[in-house]
Design a protein around this ligand. Sequence first.
Ligand SMILES: NC(=O)CC[C@H](N)C(=O)O
Length: 355
Amino acid sequence: MADAYVALADGRVFEARARAPGRTRGELVFTTAYTGYEESLTDPSYEEQVLTFSYPLIGNYGVRDERFESDRVHPNAAVARELTDDVAEWLESEGVPAVDHLDTRELVTSVREEGAMACGIAAGPDATPEAAKEELAECVGMSDHLDIGKQVSTDEPYTVEGGGDYDVALVDCGMKGSIATSLAERGADVHVLPYDVDADTVAELDPDVLFVSNGPGDPANFESAQALVETFTGELPLAGICLGQQIVARAFGGDTEKMAFGHRGVNQPVRDVETGQVVMTTQNHGYSVADPGDLEVTQVNVNDDTAEGLESEEFSVVTRQYHPEANPGPHDSLGFFDEVLDLAGDGSRTPVTAD
Ligand SMILES: NC(=O)CC[C@H](N)C(=O)O
């Protein structure tokens, strides 16, 4: 008998099995990634969302904290066809509701056809369809989470040391940990700063590059980070990943828009406009750059032509919509971190393109 319910904004209620109890709500999204569930579940960009895995078995190689991207689980709930006990116990210990034994193909098809949508979840012995609907009624749209940066950013600055060849000022809007370690592995000291850090604090660090991280929600709600980029345009090289690309584009007079259901997975093909080369990329985003402003679109998504890379030679800018740090892979695009540090230095460094 069902002891969990998922209520969708389109009126349907799915019966399921509770694997970690609780009530919650959020924007229902799906990832097609078949590995990397620990990385996805600890990716701060999933804050305030309910993450459905389209791959049917999640948890088959255990749970190891060395693969975590942050210090907690970020989606409000996890949904899969089958969750292993390892994952279910981990989510329960984190207080994050989880459900399985439902038709996730149907759920994913609905999101593909109707777009990412609000949902409510009730799981556990006392769960009822009404409780899931009550949660749904309380669900707030992603763009209405106005101060979502505060929920995920570091409160205090800290440094990830990498040898001191470069100093990177990294604005943490909900950073995946492997962005900092990818830069540190290449010789940079990475100064991780709160999402609303002021320009004086950045100037005092005298960094070689200003880097804006990934993060959850609508880039339009990261006004402080956008203003920071505007302040340092022309003064410092600029880089960004995912939300970071979106914020940099807005700072250069561009615009962003919400996508129907976004890109979430580990096999999104991206084409370099100049060379025609295609790489496979890891992605997790629901907004995209609709207008690059004064930046040039250098890479596009093969499936839908959305902007995947932006650059400006004049202002030393390089950004990516996908996640070059990948984790769990593919690692085709790790060279991005070499490009960033080339902007920061004199171009004489030896690139580290493979791990
Ligand atoms: N991974 C990210 O940085 C996501 C960026 C933004 N929150 C989006 O959904 O598009």
